[in-house]
Design a protein around this ligand. Structure first.
Ligand code: NAD
Ligand code: DAU
Length: 357
């Protein structure tokens, strides 16, 4: 029986990680402790979890703890594990943006590969043969490569990563699997498609476009705009992870996706209309900002997930439609402009330096 008492979440200050920690406390009302291990890179934002820290942190219920730690630093990581009696690891921490990986792949290799390896080594030594523990690894559908107009990614689709980010994630996935086969470490893994929702860093497609509309800046579409992505609302990703962590079969991988494919240009046109309506502009107002720019190097053409396995084995399904999810997301960005402003002006950076260094 899995304990799930003391959960260590890596990358909990990022987009999905912070949504996940909120999900643990506010949606599934966990009873145990959560330790958030995050290096606070440009993508980590303590503001995302201020409300959690207030209620569940050391001056509240004392069940939420933050440790500013780099997973590439083995010694510091070991110290965190020896401070808390960790029985579950849910590993989100990563360099996550494809464009950045093209311009500077080194950090991707360090964090995504060596960081994952360090975590595995710490738990292998700490947990020994225990079977009441779990290492859940968060991965991406990008490891499967790129599809043409037809077909889907299945859990047994051969890996074919094509950019430094996806290659680093694929390497990490293989290492995680090797720890299951070689050492019997209890692991599960999930490979998910594109997430969207509140708290996503304004470098990814949906938030960058909303932000640029608000600033009346160009909306840069890579290539011909016909690349296809499958979009899943972030809370549905969180619920899928939680199902796997509770009931997933040890050693297994589960695909997660929205079954919701859009070309980038169709999605952008749709988003332009949603933002225009919410800001009392005429329907096509923001579309004039759409600008075709040079394509991303090695741009994967299409991602599409088959997620029948988690649906049938673990009774998971998406609960938020794309219309509902986009509505919530756009509303969130429109009413949290200071969140983006803090990121852009460096206020946030100063805040971290003052409080966490
Ligand atoms: P993000 O970039 O928003 O957040 C990453 C977090 O990891 C940040 O808080 C950052 O500070 C932290 N981090 C980075 N390097 C670290 C290090 N060396 N040590 C400790 N912490 C470090 O990423 P995200 O979009 O929330 O993605 C989270 C995970 O989900 C990643 O593993 C990513 O590959 C995977 N994923 C993301 C998506 C998506 O659409 N965003 C889809 C499928 C899978
Ligand atoms: O599929 C899962 C992956 O989804 C995750 O593993 C990654 O961490 C996450 O970043 C995301 O990768 P993508 O490269 O698909 O996401 P991004 O938002 O960067 O781009 C989505 C699509 O939009 C892609 O085809 C590139 C295009 N794009 C993106 C940006 C930022 C543009 O046309 N213009 C842009 O400005």
């Amino acid at each position: 029986m899995r304990k799930l008492n003391n959960i260590l979440v890596t990358g909990g200050a990022g987009f999905i990680g912070s949504n996940f920690i909120d999900y643990l406390f506010n949606k599934v009302s966990i009873k145990g402790k959560v330790v958030n291990v995050d290096k606070l890179t440009y993508a980590g934002n303590m503001e995302n979890l201020e409300h959690i820290n207030k209620k569940y942190g050391p001056s509240g219920e004392n069940r939420y703890f933050f440790e500013k730690t780099d997973i590439v630093d083995y010694e510091s990581l070991s110290k965190v594990f020896s401070k808390y009696d960790i029985d579950t690891v849910i590993h989100f921490a990563a360099e996550s943006h494809v464009d950045r990986s093209i311009h500077g792949p080194k950090e991707f290799m360090e964090t995504n590969i060596i960081g994952t390896f360090n975590l595995l080594e710490v738990v292998r030594k700490l947990w020994g043969d225990r079977k009441d523990v779990l290492f859940h690894h968060i991965s991406t559908d990008e490891v499967y490569g790129s599809l043409d107009e037809t077909g889907f990614f299945y859990e047994n689709t051969p890996y074919d990563p094509r950019n430094p980010y996806s290659a680093s994630k694929a390497s990490a996935d293989h290492i995680v699997n090797s720890y299951f086969h070689t050492y019997g470490l209890p692991i599960t893994m999930s490979n998910c498609s594109n997430n969207y929702g509140p708290l996503q860093f304004p470098e990814k497609l949906i938030p960058i476009m909303i932000n640029n509309m608000l600033e009346e800046k160009a909306l840069p579409v890579y290539g011909d705009g016909l690349n296809i992505r499958d979009w899943l609302y972030v809370e549905d990703h969180c619920s899928g992870i939680w199902k796997i962590v509770n009931n997933g079969t040890i050693g297994e991988t589960y695909n997660l996706g929205g079954e919701n494919e859009w070309t980038n240009i169709d999605l952008l046109n749709h988003l332009c209309e949603i933002v225009a309506e919410k800001r009392d502009k005429e329907k096509d107002y923001y579309k004039k900002l759409i600008t075709y720019v040079r394509d991303r190097a090695g741009h994967d053409r299409r991602y599409a997930i088959n997620c029948d396995k988690i649906k049938s084995e673990l009774n998971w399904k998406q609960s938020v439609t794309f219309d509902e999810g986009l509505d919530i997301t756009v509303d969130w960005y429109l009413s949290n402009t200071s969140w983006i402003e803090n990121i852009k002006t460096g206020e946030y950076k100063k805040w971290i330096e003052k409080n966490y260094n």
